[in-house]
Ligand binder design. Structure first.
Ligand SMILES: [Cu+2]
Length: 269
């Protein structure tokens, strides 16, 4: 009988581990709404409530201060209905990063200190578009022309007329649309990657501005840690919660074994 009670206690240890695990899983889950580009990091994602950057950049603070701002809370909700591919006719010059939406006006601020991701021109890159609500649709990514000046408001004429990458319905993994592509070549210094996600299951089109720094290096480091390093990464995506999970499992199993061994020793049999 004694050994049955001890067995129960071991079971309780494992159950506690499971409960803690479920809690961790909940913390790692996104808050909900629609999406924005996370690699290379967009202004909305960098300055949003779920940002991987712990210290908010001056540009983000300035954007949130613009009157009527819905940032950082609605970082994944930058969408315009019924554009249907006529982006250049609908979204006004100087308002590309806000999609012309008053609540996101702060993202149009022409400044050269937006958090930026360092990328190697012409290199292969794994793009990650966080999808807090899944949609089907096509992503089109444009890069600014040589001579782009980040201190001036972004105009359509600053972008190449053709996308350097176009992807329809990439796979959704871990809450992000993941697709590989080649980065534009022949660029150096600060540039901007403009992402248009035209939904096919809703009338909406999403817009993202990602500030990047093109730099030739011997090795291409992953984009997000490079961008995040300057501002320090924390929480959700920064901490490998899987490591915590493994530790808890090991601890739980260890406790169960110790209890079981003790129970075995004490068992008169
Ligand atoms: Cu949505």
């Amino acid at each position: 009988m004694r050994h049955r009670i001890l067995g129960r206690r071991a079971g309780a240890g494992l159950l506690l581990s499971a409960v803690l695990l479920a809690g961790l899983g909940g913390l790692a889950r996104p808050a909900g709404a629609h999406g924005a580009l996370e690699s290379p990091l967009s202004r909305a994602a960098a300055c949003g409530a779920d940002s991987t950057l712990s210290a908010k950049a001056a540009a983000c603070r300035a954007a949130a201060k613009v009157s009527g701002s819905v940032m950082p809370g609605e970082w994944d909700n930058l969408r315009v209905a019924n554009v249907a591919g006529k982006d250049r006719a609908v979204i006004p010059d100087g308002k590309l990063c806000s999609g012309g939406l008053a609540g996101f006006k702060g993202l149009d601020l022409a400044r050269s200190d937006w958090p930026a991701t360092t990328l190697k021109p012409g290199a292969s890159h794994t793009f990650e578009y966080r999808g807090t609500i899944a949609h089907s649709g096509t992503f089109r990514l444009y890069v600014t022309k040589s001579g782009y000046d980040p201190a001036k408001p972004l105009k359509w004429a600053d972008l190449e007329s053709k996308p350097f990458l176009k992807v329809t319905d990439p796979k959704l993994a871990d809450g992000s649309y993941i697709f590989k592509g080649r980065l534009p070549s022949g660029r150096a210094g600060r540039h901007l990657i403009y992402t248009i996600w035209q939904n096919s299951d809703t009338p909406d089109t999403y817009y993202s501005c990602s500030d990047v720094i093109f730099k030739n290096r011997a090795t291409a480091a992953p984009a997000r840690p490079a961008a995040a390093a300057a501002y320090q990464v924390t929480s959700t995506d920064g901490i490998p919660w899987q490591a915590g999970v493994v530790m808890l499992l090991v601890a739980g199993a260890g406790a169960a074994m110790v209890i079981a061994v003790r129970a075995g020793r004490r068992d008169p049999r």
